[in-house]
Design a protein around this ligand. Sequence first.
Ligand SMILES: CC(C)(COP(=O)(O)OP(=O)(O)OC[C@H]1O[C@@H](n2cnc3c(N)ncnc32)[C@H](O)[C@@H]1OP(=O)(O)O)[C@@H](O)C(=O)NCCC(=O)NCCS
Length: 205
Amino acid sequence: MQNKTFAVRPAGPEDDPAIAALVVEGFLDKFRPIFRGRIDQSTDIMEKWVRLEHSIGGVSSLVVETSDGVVASVGVRLGDSEDETLSRALWSILRKHLGLIPAVRAAALLSYPRYAPQRAEAYVERLVVSSDYRHEGMARTLLHEAESRGREEEKGTVALHVTNNNHAALKLYESEGYGEVSRQRSLLTSYALGIKSWLYLRKDL
Ligand SMILES: CC(C)(COP(=O)(O)OP(=O)(O)OC[C@H]1O[C@@H](n2cnc3c(N)ncnc32)[C@H](O)[C@@H]1OP(=O)(O)O)[C@@H](O)C(=O)NCCC(=O)NCCS
């Protein structure tokens, strides 16, 4: 399909619930085995996580809004992140929503890929387009916009992780000139989520 033109705008705090719902929709195949019987809690958990990323994680989000509301979103980390505080906060959110043992399991699975974004790079995460709006060029548009933000902040590179089995996203990133730098394998996520490896892709800005 021909790419259309979309208005991309920076997300504000009022968009956090919509971004959380989109992320859960887009990554449901991953979240189902992580949250299992508590999948109904996943949107609340994600909303709290997105809010934390925006407040102390150095992440800004961009969204595409149509008459249906926010239908696509991406996060881009450009600032410094308080990683220790983030990890503690995530643990406390999981513990509260899931209970101790499921929280331990979810925290272990959500810790992949293990990576601390570098200051010199713009780090793209949770790129997602609602299923009714796919194949219209929204992901490519959001990616371009995230890259522009990286250039504005004088980052030298833009980087992201993608799972080995995410063929749609891999095709997009390859077509945009991203190259594989390294690969992280995990027996745990292979067994629990069917994800054998996480590819770290990067591109010069
Ligand atoms: C991956 C995803 C973001 C793509 O969104 P999209 O808006 O449909 O993508 P676009 O329309 O911008 O397509 C851009 C390119 O991606 C590739 N692509 C997108 N969907 C594809 C599919 N189902 N199969 C193969 N390639 C695909 C194509 O190369 C496409 O370019 P083309 O249209 O010129 O062929 C969307 O499928 C999604 O939200 N998936 C779930 C969440 C996810 O996996 N996010 C990526 C995390 S790393």
